[in-house]
Design a protein around this ligand. Structure first.
Ligand code: PAF
Length: 280
């Protein structure tokens, strides 16, 4: 695995592969890798000739009150994981390489960014859309890999690609979970052992929602089923439970076709998100 920190160098390294018609897969990450990221790299390895993984904790997607500074980082461990998973290039730029000057350009998909996560994190998806578009322009991948765990992020990036005719295929990889259902997340490291025991209630709540949806309940009743399950867990404070269209992020009442059940909740001070997409 080659580690590259400069944009120009990465472009120069990838150019011969592109000219030879090799397919390039990009897995964008913020590091502190877990099995969810490994699943993305595995998928890229299976489907592409060249696998590029980026590790970049993107300051633009954190609000000033959020955990940019304390976001977990472990470069050495990440590099070992990526090398073992068959990564060809690790792109790990410094902040000044990606943002040499304050940006005067906005990249945003406001319609999809205001609801759900956007209510608590109003600037988050603009930061995500900006860095993802920059990474796409730097790497020019044929395929880019994202986890379903960040369902709204997937919707934002999908629409960005569609609206701007970006010539790449978005590949969405299912959420990887612990045995008790907790979705893997770099932020799970913040949980105390008692909070860790309470955290699978998010997944349990999604399962309650799924049961209600499969029983033919409408959106509001499904949302209520999720909320009721989380109310039983004193260590968990609900931020939102929602039943939405996975493309538009708008609430859905009549549950037919694709439906996303989405949750965000604080477990202690840690904010976790999770979702399930149902085909009804
Ligand atoms: O999902 C993430 O880890 C980040 O939002 C991403 C896509 C790497 C952009 O910084």
């Amino acid at each position: 695995m080659q580690v590259v920190t400069r944009i120009a160098e990465l472009r120069a390294q990838l150019e011969p592969f592109r000219r030879a018609g090799r397919t390039i897969g990009l897995v964008p990450t913020m590091g502190y890798l877990h099995q969810g990221h490994e699943a993305l790299v595995r998928a890229a390895r299976q489907e592409c000739d060249v696998v590029v993984v980026s590790i970049f904790v993107n300051p633009l997607q954190f609000a000033p009150n959020e955990d940019f500074e304390s976001y977990p980082r472990d470069s050495e461990r990440d590099r070992a994981i990526l090398s073992a998973a068959g990564t060809d290039f690790l792109f790990q730029p410094a902040v000044a390489e990606v943002y040499p000057r304050p940006l005067l350009t906005d990249v945003a998909v406001p319609e999809l960014s205001r609801t759900l996560e956007g209510r608590t994190r109003p600037t988050h998806f603009q930061g995500v859309a900006t860095v993802v578009l920059k990474l796409f322009h730097i790497v020019w991948p044929d395929k880019a890999y994202f986890g379903q765990k960040d369902g709204q992020q997937v919707a934002v990036v999908r629409r960005l690609c569609e609206d701007l005719d970006l010539p790449l295929e978005l590949r969405v990889v299912p959420t990887v979970r612990e045995q008790d259902g907790l979705a893997l997340s770099s932020r799970n490291v913040y949980l105390s052992s008692e909070e860790r025991r309470a955290a699978p209630s998010l997944h349990d709540a999604l399962l309650c929602g799924r049961e209600a949806a499969l029983a033919g309940k409408e959106g509001q009743a499904v949302q209520a089923a999720m909320e009721e399950r989380l109310r039983k867990e004193p260590r968990v404070r609900l931020d939102y439970a929602a039943v939405v269209d996975p493309d538009t992020m708008q609430p859905k009442s009549d549950l037919t076709g694709q439906v996303m059940l989405a949750l965000a909740a604080y477990v202690g001070r840690t904010r976790l998100i999770d979702n399930l997409v149902l085909d009804l």
